[in-house]
Design a binder for this molecule. Structure first.
Ligand SMILES: [Zn+2]
Length: 423
């Protein structure tokens, strides 16, 4: 039973951070004691100079798109997808998916990310990368059109990996309203309910999707989610939600629904400002994601937190919107819960031991005290300050070194694959 010793501890359940020791047993936190009290062997000695937060969760991404980073910059979503992204995706092999996933997990672990929710294909490769690296993930096979083969692949993924080592959940992955017809969506939702699986779906990323619902399907967003059966699935991860109308929010403020805010991708693709203030005042759970590396172009939740906390204040001319505490809650427990890991996201006994250890002994943290941790993390903090990343009580990253990843090999494989793909 090792312990993280003498850390300044914050999670979304605390008004103020507190100094303490965190004792870990069998992948879970077994107790949080007063500082320097734990007698257990030391997993990490913070010496009162490190902050410990729950692990950050990237609640919507496409990890293997790290190989597509920088392809087709500064184009509108549809043109970008059709001219630049889809043609390369048509050529991706299982090996490419694996090397892109390994690369992304390396980037995320070094930035304190302990869990991610992913939609793509050849997802067995991503699952293997998750299992070998030690990170946690919610995975789905992206479903386009009405394709029984892809649905069968998604179900096989669930059969093989759902619940594996307590580190993987599997959802069904209908891609978006503009790629999956309502009848196919109904079928997928019925299958998800039947198999007790969640759904991960791109939702109202651009205005054209709202227009499609209103003009073609003659329906409003919440009614569409209800009618197709999506609202009734185990966990519904809705990525983007930029154009979800405010008056349609109360109907989706449910325990099984999570909106994933991807502010940098939305800004980069010119999709719009998600009404985050309205999401929060309606009681909708909001998590944070980066989306794929081709539209961000980082997989860095620190960057996403800071961006989310700033843009809504400027856009609404109101500095009280998207406060640091709410943003840090989005990036931690809201993401874990939304991804189907309901026992992760807080630092207390009984929770999964997923944590990020942050160096406070640097210029950015002078003035940080137990009363202002979220504000320092969100406005001043940076992924550069991450000292260690812990998943299930195992230190997967520490001071530039990866316990489970061969970083040189991963960089070489990804560089080779990228050269072939872009060539
Ligand atoms: Zn996406």
């Amino acid at each position: 039973m090792p312990a993280i010793r003498n850390a300044l501890i914050w999670d979304a359940g605390r008004d103020r951070a507190e100094y303490g020791d965190i004792v870990v047993k069998d992948g879970f936190i077994s107790s949080v004691t007063a500082p320097k009290e734990a007698k257990e062997p030391i997993l990490y000695d913070c010496k009162g100079k490190c902050l410990v937060l729950p692990g950050l969760v990237n609640a919507h991404t496409h990890v293997s798109m790290t190989l597509l980073r920088g392809l087709g910059e500064e184009l509108p979503l549809m043109e970008w997808l059709q001219k630049k992204i889809f043609p390369v995706e048509d050529r991706l092999t299982a090996q490419n998916i694996r090397s892109g996933a390994d690369l992304a997990i390396m980037e995320m672990l070094a930035a304190g990310v302990t869990c991610f929710a992913d939609m793509y294909y050849f997802m067995d490769e991503v699952a293997m990368s998750v299992l070998e690296s030690g990170i946690r993930a919610a995975l789905c096979r992206g479903l386009v059109g009405d394709d029984p083969v892809k649905l069968a692949e998604n179900l096989a993924l669930a059969e093989t990996y759902n619940g594996r080592e307590g580190r993987i959940t599997v959802q069904l992955g209908p891609h978006a309203t503009y790629t999956v017809q309502p009848s196919a969506l109904e079928q997928i939702a019925a299958t998800a309910r039947d198999k007790n699986l969640g759904i991960h779906f791109h939702w109202l990323e651009t205005k054209s999707e709202l227009d499609l619902l209103r003009n073609e399907y003659k329906t409003e967003p919440a009614d569409y989610l209800e009618k197709t059966g999506l609202l009734g699935v185990k966990e519904l991860i809705l990525a983007h939600c930029v154009w979800h109308p405010a008056e349609q929010l109360p109907a989706v403020a449910r325990d099984n629904v999570t909106f994933v805010h991807n502010p940098k991708s939305n800004m980069k693709l010119g999709s719009g400002y998600a009404p985050v203030r309205e999401f929060m005042s309606s009681g909708v759970r909001v998590a944070l994601g980066t989306d794929g590396a081709a539209s961000n172009n980082r997989l860095d939740l620190w960057d996403e937190m800071r961006f989310a906390a700033l843009i809504h204040k400027g856009y609404n001319l109101d500095p009280t919107i998207a406060g640091a505490r709410d943003i840090l809650k989005m990036a931690t427990v809201n993401g874990s819960y939304g991804a189907g890991f309901k026992d992760a996201g807080y630092i207390r006994a009984g929770q999964r031991a997923d944590m990020v250890i942050v160096d406070m002994d640097n210029p950015r943290y002078v003035g940080c005290d137990p009363g202002n941790v979220p504000e320092f993390v969100v406005y001043a903090g940076s992924s550069r300050d991450v000292r260690a990343t812990v998943v299930d009580g195992k230190v997967l990253y520490r001071d530039g070194e990866f316990a489970t990843l061969d970083s040189e090999k991963i960089l070489a494989a990804a560089s080779r694959d990228r050269r072939i793909l872009a060539g």
